[in-house]
Design a protein around this ligand. Structure first.
Ligand code: ASP
Length: 303
């Protein structure tokens, strides 16, 4: 599961339907089932994570797998071991599933060619974050009943966002019309080739939108100065009620987290229980990751 690109309409819907069932399971007292019983899952994170790592851990455990977490700060990667050597070492321990996050685009695909188990991309550089897009779609589908025909805006630091790329692939595949909005310095060339329409003005871009998805300003990936100041950025692109009013009256607000409050989103909007889906997104994250692990485990060679 390396990306949304290449998944069919049917693949995506099958995963979303399965995740829907897991939402119900996760709301019960007994949250466990056994489709991964006996399996070993390793979460290998070369980049920081709160939501993704913890939800993959819970997802594996709720499906009955033995789950091990490895992060850069505590592994031999600190001593200079390469990505492939680390992967080969873990592979020799016969895991069934590897969940990998890496700062370089394409690194997870490369690693997947060297190991004999199922691999899930938990975010590779600025390329893809497929389970984030799936959880976003599940959140929207559960609230609005559909994706097809919706107008959805993805706003902010498009250039550095794997979330934006995965969402453009997924939402367009399911028939939504996707707009990307951001300053010219954070708008990657050629983004429209992926099927989105680009805007540099929030007023124009948000017009008629059903969903407004905000993105974090990714300072850690910026090599130069892409924005004049966070204050000016908020003034032009930060989502407050004034800008939200450019969208449809009932438009919903999303953010993948972690949020920079007061930079890309105003706290009042983020915490508005009627308009913000941010907490639901986190809940859907566990269910979607259960669906992905479950589906993948059914295709393992030792199945
Ligand atoms: N958590 C998301 C990611 O890992 C979004 C972000 O970091 O801004 O891509």
């Amino acid at each position: 599961m390396l990306g949304i690109q290449g998944l069919s309409f049917q693949d995506i819907n099958t995963l979303l339907d399965l995740a829907d069932d897991y939402v119900d399971q996760n709301r019960q007292v007994d949250k466990k089932s056994s489709s991964l019983r006996g399996r070993t899952q390793i979460n290998l994170f070369f980049e920081a994570s709160t939501r993704t790592q913890s939800s993959f851990e819970l997802a594996g455990k709720r499906l009955g797998a033995d789950v091990m977490n490895m992060s850069v700060s505590t592994s031999a990667i600190k001593k200079g071991e390469s990505l492939i050597d680390t992967a080969m070492t873990l592979n020799a321990m016969r895991p069934d599933l590897l969940v990998v996050r890496h700062p370089d685009s394409g690194a997870v695909a490369l690693l997947s060619q060297k190991v004999g188990c199922g691999v899930v991309n938990a975010g590779d550089g600025t390329h893809e974050h497929p389970t984030q897009a799936l959880l976003d779609a599940l959140t929207i589908r559960r609230r609005l009943g559909r994706i097809e025909g919706l107008r959805i805006a993805v706003c902010g630091d498009i250039l550095h966002s794997r979330v934006a790329r995965s969402n453009i692939h997924l939402l367009t595949a399911l028939g939504a019309s996707v707009r990307v909005i951001g300053p010219p310095t954070l708008m990657p060339g050629g983004i429209e080739a992926l099927g989105a329409t680009a805007f540099t003005s929030m007023r124009e871009g948000l017009e008629g939108c059903d969903v407004v998805m905000m993105l974090r300003i990714q300072m850690e990936r910026m090599t130069g100065s892409f924005i004049p100041s966070t204050r000016e950025y908020f003034h032009l692109y930060g989502l407050d009620y004034e800008k939200l009013a450019y969208a449809k009256p009932e438009a919903l607000v999303m953010h993948p987290g972690p949020m920079n409050r007061g930079v890309e989103i105003d706290s009042l909007v983020a915490d508005d229980v009627d308009r913000s889906l941010i907490r639901e997104q986190v809940e859907m994250g566990v269910a979607v990751r259960m669906a992905v692990l479950d589906a993948l485990s059914r295709h393992l060679p030792n199945q």
